[in-house]
Design a protein around this ligand. Structure first.
Ligand code: SF4
Length: 300
């Protein structure tokens, strides 16, 4: 298990099972706390072969250099990070994806998660990634025609991909919730249960290019109501900032904001999250140096 120390005590994490153990009675001096965020998401590329109407990913061409990326991953591992989450764009369009995932698996103790639309998860790609990716997050915002209208891809093929992914990886479903997808929540939850998903992540749509997002109160209220009445077998999680008055678990209250999470975009800029505009380029001084500059800017 990987060990991380911080304001909440000593945290052990097993990337194979996802098991977390916290010794909160351990009072570790601050100078020994991990300097890296607990989790870092990394946009490998801005490229994507879909055009979802709510997409907020930048549309400028950008892709990370694999050698730089592996050096950053090594630094994050040494500084106490527990996992990296690859996204984009669509991470399966990143040419060196299998090599980078193998690097993480063989040279570090970090967990690898990946957020994908899943349509490029062919048996060949699954074989190339097997044993090196710990959790796959598949974006599914509705079922049947709702899904097909939003993603312009076959829902039947998606279900086949979920079955194939489920044979090789632990996986979850990410669902963007907005006016078009709200009515499908029950069926998305049924899909998650029937395909063996470990988690259903609900993400209220954020405002983006030319679309208002679901910050409109009726969507948020309906989402919270749905969560409150949910009794399904699949664990629910919800995006940071979307919790409102819902009772949610916060097992590491001392590790907030940049101690908990940071994002690196496909141009190599470190940000608080992918939604934050302020950022610091990760240069030859590395990620911890960029993190420190970002903290000094007051982007906590
Ligand atoms: S699959 Fe993801 S990255 Fe691609 S267009 Fe849709 S939301 Fe954007």
């Amino acid at each position: 298990m990987k060990r991380r120390v911080g304001p909440d005590g000593m945290h052990l994490f097993d990337r194979r099972t996802g098991l977390n153990v916290l010794f909160d009675e351990a009072d570790v001096p601050e100078e020994q706390w991990a300097r890296a965020p607990r989790q870092v998401s990394i946009a490998l590329t801005n490229a994507c072969d879909l055009a979802c109407p709510f997409c907020y990913a930048p549309k400028t061409a950008a892709v990370l250099d694999a050698a730089r990326l592996c050096a950053w991953i090594d630094e994050l591992d040494a500084e106490g990070c527990l996992g990296v989450g690859f996204g984009g764009g669509e991470p399966t369009l990143y040419r060196r994806l299998p090599q980078v995932c193998r690097h993480v698996a063989e040279r570090t103790d970090l967990a690898v998660t990946m957020t994908t639309h899943a349509h490029r998860f062919t048996p060949q790609l699954i074989e190339a990634l097997a044993g090196t990716v710990n959790f796959v997050r598949v974006s599914v915002d509705g079922v049947g025609t709702t899904y097909e209208k939003l993603r312009n891809r076959s829902f039947a093929v998606l279900v086949q991909r979920l079955a194939q992914i489920g044979e090789a990886f632990r996986f979850g479903i990410n669902c963007v919730v907005n006016d078009s997808t709200l009515a499908d929540l029950d069926r998305v939850a049924d899909l998650a249960a029937s395909t063996g998903a470990a988690e259903l992540l609900l993400l209220a749509e954020r405002p983006g290019r030319g679309h208002p997002g679901s910050s409109r109160p009726h969507v948020t209220a309906a989402l919270h109501q749905w969560i409150a009445s949910y009794h399904g077998p699949v664990a629910l999680t919800i995006g940071e900032g979307d919790t409102g008055s819902l009772l949610t678990a916060q097992p590491l209250p001392g590790e907030m904001e940049l101690r908990a999470y940071a994002h690196i975009d496909a141009a190599g800029t470190l940000r608080r999250t992918s939604y934050h505009a302020a950022g610091e380029p990760v240069d030859d001084r590395g990620i911890i140096a960029a993190l420190s500059r970002l903290q000094q800017k007051g982007v906590a």
